[in-house]
Design a protein around this ligand. Structure first.
Ligand SMILES: [Zn+2]
Length: 282
C-alpha cells in the first residue's frame, strides 16, 4: 500500500518518528472537487481572467488546452490524492472545472516538469477546508515519479489574491523542487540535525526562484506576485516541525534562486547544490 505524505507531512513524520512521539496525523481530503468556482461568481471570474491575461505565465496557450492533453500520450497532467493517509486516485480530479484554467495549468506544469527533469503526476484535490498543495514521493500513476497535488481552493485563492498565474506557476515549481529533493536525497541531507522543515522549504523556494530566473534570462518576468504569495505563507512557528521559514526568509530564498538562475548558466542540480549552501547560511 502506498503511504503518501506531503513533503510537510513527510518531514513531520520523520521528526515525530525520530523523537518517538505521537504518530503523525493523516490528512483527510474529501472525495469531491467543488465546482462552485467555475460557476458565476463574477468577481472571481473577472479576477481570474485578468490574472490569466496578465501573468505572463498561465496566459500562454489557453486556447490550446486540448492540445496540451492530446499531444503526449504518456503525459499525465494531473494525478493523485490523500484520504486517511492513503492515496486514492478517485479522491482527486484531473480538472479544476475550468477548461481554460486546466489548459494553462497543463501547459505550465509540463514546462516546469521538463525544466526540472522530473515526472510527477499532478492532480487537483478538494482543499476547501484549508487551501494547500502537496508534493509526495509516491508515484500514483504508472510512468510518473512522485505526485503533486494542487488544491482547487488554493489555485483560486492565488489567482484572486495575488493576481498570480505566476504565483500558481511558482507553487507548481516549488512542488517540483520537492520532487527533485525526494529523488536526489536532498530531503535527508537538509533534514539532518534539523527539527523543522524550514531548510527543505526554503530550498524549494530557492528552486522555484531558480526556475523563474532562468526563464527571466531570456524574457524578463515580474516575480512579485509569487514573492507576495510566499511572503503571505511564511510563518513564525519556529518550534513547529512544519515551520516553513519567516515571510522574509521565504521571499529572500526565492529571489536568491531567481538571481542565480538569471545570472548563471547552471543545471538544476548545480542550482540545487547552490540552494543547499544558501539555505544553510540563511
Ligand atoms: Zn513545500
Amino acid at each position: 500500500m502506498l503511504h503518501p505524505a506531503s513533503v510537510h507531512e513527510f518531514v513531520f513524520r520523520k521528526l515525530v518518528a525520530k523523537r518517538d512521539q505521537r504518530a503523525c496525523a493523516s490528512i483527510m481530503f474529501r472525495n469531491r472537487i467543488i465546482r462552485r468556482h467555475r460557476r458565476n461568481c463574477d468577481p472571481m471570474r473577472l479576477s481570474r481572467r485578468n490574472a490569466l491575461s496578465t501573468c505572463g505565465c498561465f496566459a500562454i496557450m489557453l486556447s490550446s488546452s486540448k492540445l496540451g492533453l492530446a499531444d503526449d500520450d504518456n503525459y499525465q497532467p494531473f494525478c493523485a490524492s490523500i484520504p486517511n493517509g492513503r492515496v486514492s486516485l478517485a479522491q482527486t480530479s484531473g480538472s479544476t472545472g475550468d477548461a481554460a484554467l486546466d489548459g494553462a495549468l497543463i501547459y505550465e506544469t509540463r514546462r516546469i516538469r521538463n525544466f526540472f527533469n522530473v515526472r510527477p503526476g499532478v492532480r487537483i484535490l478538494d482543499d476547501s477546508g484549508s487551501p494547500n498543495a502537496f508534493a509526495i514521493p509516491d508515484a500514483l500513476i504508472s510512468g510518473t515519479h512522485g505526485t503533486v497535488l494542487l488544491g482547487s481552493t488554493l489555485i483560486q485563492s492565488e489567482l484572486m489574491n495575488h493576481m498570480g498565474g505566476l504565483a500558481v506557476g511558482g507553487i507548481v515549481a516549488h512542488k517540483c523542487g520537492h520532487i527533485v529533493q525526494f529523488y536526489s536525497g536532498i530531503v535527508n541531507k537538509l533534514m539532518q540535525g534539523e527539527t523543522t522543515a524550514r531548510l527543505v522549504e526554503l530550498h524549494a523556494d530557492y528552486m522555484a526562484g531558480f526556475y523563474f530566473g532562468v526563464r527571466s534570462a531570456s524574457k524578463e518576468l515580474d516575480v512579485k506576485p509569487f514573492a507576495t504569495s510566499l511572503f503571505s505563507k511564511g510563518d513564525w512557528a519556529f518550534n513547529d516541525p512544519r515551520h516553513h521559514g519567516t515571510p522574509q526568509e521565504r521571499t529572500k530564498a526565492m529571489y536568491a534562486g531567481f538571481d542565480f538562475g538569471k545570472e548563471y548558466d547552471s543545471t538544476v542540480m548545480q542550482a540545487a547544490a547552490r540552494g543547499i549552501r544558501y539555505v544553510r547560511s540563511a
